[in-house]
Design a protein around this ligand. Structure first.
Ligand SMILES: Nc1ncnc2c1ncn2[C@@H]1O[C@H](COP(=O)(O)OP(=O)(O)OP(=O)(O)O)[C@@H](O)[C@H]1O
Ligand SMILES: [Mg+2]
Length: 284
């Protein structure tokens, strides 16, 4: 089982190495990186490349670790116990009918090896990663209601993504292999664009990329545009049939490139960009 990138996903050499290292170590791959650098997509593509089904668990601020294992639906059971016409009262006798299996349970009991994505782990509260230590390490947990030990038949390939909103505890980090997806350099970005828009005119792509990296390089920007925002912008330029010349006009009235709302997401950044364009023009 070796991951070599896919036709939809551009993986750099060091990223492929990390994925394969995590698989070899049988430890979760903890992926960090700016928003839109392909963290979530990585899990989808690796699963696809290795021919494994992918189970996804998207974490929110209210998500609890227990929900990934199982939940006991006591309310439904109580309701069913009061309604005798549900299976003549048979269903309510078996507690297994009221255990809702979480993604980890499903991953552990699957008949074939699966990939598991725990997406945006930093959104949950601080206890969340600590509550999953044993499950991730030993790949087993105990269900008290049914007195069952749920143990992984096959160790899943686990991906954990984080946007760095919270620090992860050391004990948790010890159990992972870590990879930081660096923002793509111009060559890698070119390959990513090619994957998404194989038939785009060379001239448009190079001008758009130049403008994009200029925007990203602006000092003091509140939010730098990401890979996915460049792709959105290119899609719009294509849909509106905007020529390459329109992106880098020498006309004084033309301050900001068209549809810049795809790249800059707040008014301060737009103003900053306008100011810089203005200064550049006067220094010429
Ligand atoms: N290496 C890449 N190859 C191909 N497409 C990419 C790559 N990186 C990013 N993309 C594009 O960027 C989009 C966003 O990627 P994704 O949702 O995986 O980002 P993310 O890192 O999970 O972002 P967030 O932190 O906001 O969740 C993808 O749908 C894909 O179109
Ligand atoms: Mg994501």
């Amino acid at each position: 089982m070796k991951f070599q990138g896919t036709k939809n996903y551009v993986a750099t050499q060091d990223l492929m190495l990390s994925v394969n290292a995590a698989i070899t170590l049988q430890r979760p791959l903890l992926v960090k990186g700016e928003p839109g650098t392909g963290k979530t997509m990585l899990a989808e593509e690796v699963a696809e490349a290795l021919g494994m089904p992918l189970l996804q668990w998207h974490i929110k601020s209210t998500t609890k670790a227990q929900q990934g294992l199982y939940e006991y639906d006591a309310v439904s059971r109580l309701r069913d116990s009061q309604l005798t016409d549900v299976d003549g009262g048979e269903r309510v006798k078996d507690i297994n009918n009221y255990i809702i299996k979480g993604v980890l349970w499903q991953a552990f009991t699957a008949d074939q090896p699966v990939a598991l994505l725990i997406d945006e782990i930093d959104k949950a509260d601080i206890e969340f990663p600590n509550d999953l230590l044993r499950e991730i390490d030993r790949m087993e947990f105990y269900c008290y209601e049914t007195r069952q030990l749920i143990k992984a038949k096959h160790r899943p390939v686990v991906f954990i993504t984080s946007n760095n909103e919270k620090e992860l505890p050391d004990a948790f980090l010890r159990r992972c292999f870590f990879h930081y997806i660096k923002f793509p350099d111009a060559t890698t970005m070119q390959s990513i664009v090619d994957v998404h828009f194989p038939n785009l005119k060379k001239e448009l792509v190079s001008t758009a990329m130049k403008t994009f990296f200029e925007v990203r390089g602006l000092p003091g920007l509140k939010k730098k545009p990401s890979t996915s925002e460049l792709l959105d912008w290119l899609k719009l330029l294509l849909a509106e049939d905007i020529p390459a010349e329109a992106l880098q006009s020498k006309d004084d009235k033309m301050a900001v490139p068209p549809l810049v709302g795809a790249l800059l997401k707040n008014e301060q950044d737009v103003t900053l960009f306008e100011k810089l364009m203005f200064m550049q023009r006067h220094n010429r």
